[in-house]
Design a protein around this ligand. Sequence first.
Ligand code: HEC
Ligand code: HEC
Ligand code: HEC
Ligand code: HEC
Ligand code: HEC
Length: 202
Amino acid sequence: MFWKTKTTKSHAKNTLATATLFVFALMLCLPAMSKDLPTPPHITPPPGTHEGDDVDQPIEFPHNKHVKENKINCMYCHTYARRSKVAGIPPTSKCMGCHKIIATDKERIQKLTQYWEKKLSPKWKKVTDVPDFVHFSHEKHLREFVFNADYPVKKVAEVCGVCHGDVGSMTVAKKKRPLNMGFCRRCHEANEGPGDCWKCHK
Ligand code: HEC
Ligand code: HEC
Ligand code: HEC
Ligand code: HEC
Ligand code: HEC
């Protein structure tokens, strides 16, 4: 029957088209999947990933443009990480050091400049948070994994990445590791960190 052969043929065509599309999609995904940051050789990372929600920030801040494209070091902006509990978010004055002249025609930079002129900072929302009863210190971990280990500061993003993922490639910062008790404790077990409850809880 004429109509029957026709449908079979177009069905076969569709299957072929779907298969081709699938192979193409896979080819597109592969480089994306393999480009996660390498783990520094002196760290045994705990297993576990997390798919955090998108956070609606006052200005979408593209880490990728700064870190990946313009090679700005994490600690240039998160200056407190090496010496205190918090890593800190840079003040607007730091942004303006560049953005008084860079990309001033862009909408997001004009919005940033308005904050600056009103002497305000965008109210960045927290992306990663542990409860208040948990003790965590950036300084301790960076001292251990960067400075005491003589790991080049240039490659610090790989150390941050164990707990934060590849932030430098993100268009918007997202939580990518669980950062729950199991994650912290498994890393302490594997890397000679403290196991006592009171070290993390006081
Ligand atoms: C040019 C400055 C700049 C650089 C460089 C930079 N950041 Fe950020 N970072 C920010 C700003 C601004 C925010 C707040 C906006 C946001 O959360 O998206 C932020 C947020 C974050 C957050 C989420 C904080 C939270 O609320 O929990 C993490 C994690 C982070 N940065 C890690 C990194 C890492 C790792 C690198 C290096 C690979 C890096 N940053 C480089 C400016 C910077
Ligand atoms: C051992 C795990 C670990 C490493 C390594 C680490 N962080 Fe964090 N980071 C955390 C945790 C946990 C929080 C949440 C802290 C809280 O809520 O008190 C956090 C919070 C942050 C924040 C939010 C603001 C703040 O200070 O609380 C920024 C920004 C940040 N980290 C950047 C970095 C950067 C940049 C590096 C590397 C230089 C880094 N972190 C390395 C675990 C880590
Ligand atoms: C060391 C210089 C430097 C600092 C500091 C800096 N930026 Fe940037 N920023 C850049 C460069 C370079 C670009 C890319 C410009 C381009 O692609 O045209 C950029 C791009 C951006 C963009 C994207 C603009 C667009 O729409 O294309 C935003 C938003 C932004 N920066 C916000 C910030 C904020 C917020 C801070 C402070 C937390 C900051 N920047 C600090 C250099 C800097
Ligand atoms: C990459 C592995 C790793 C991860 C992930 C990690 N830690 Fe650690 N942590 C260590 C190591 C190693 C030390 C020991 C550093 C030293 O000897 O100074 C340490 C030290 C500490 C200390 C200091 C204890 C003291 O002596 O004062 C605290 C508190 C702590 N971690 C809490 C946490 C919490 C909370 C988390 C999860 C949010 C976490 N850590 C995630 C490896 C890790
Ligand atoms: C390496 C750090 C670390 C150590 C050691 C640790 N905890 Fe925790 N604990 C955490 C973190 C981080 C959380 C927060 C979990 C979350 O937000 O999901 C937590 C949460 C908790 C909670 C709240 C309930 C829950 O499960 O979320 C209890 C209770 C607790 N811990 C008890 C203990 C006891 C008892 C020990 C010792 C056997 C201990 N912790 C050792 C990091 C640690």
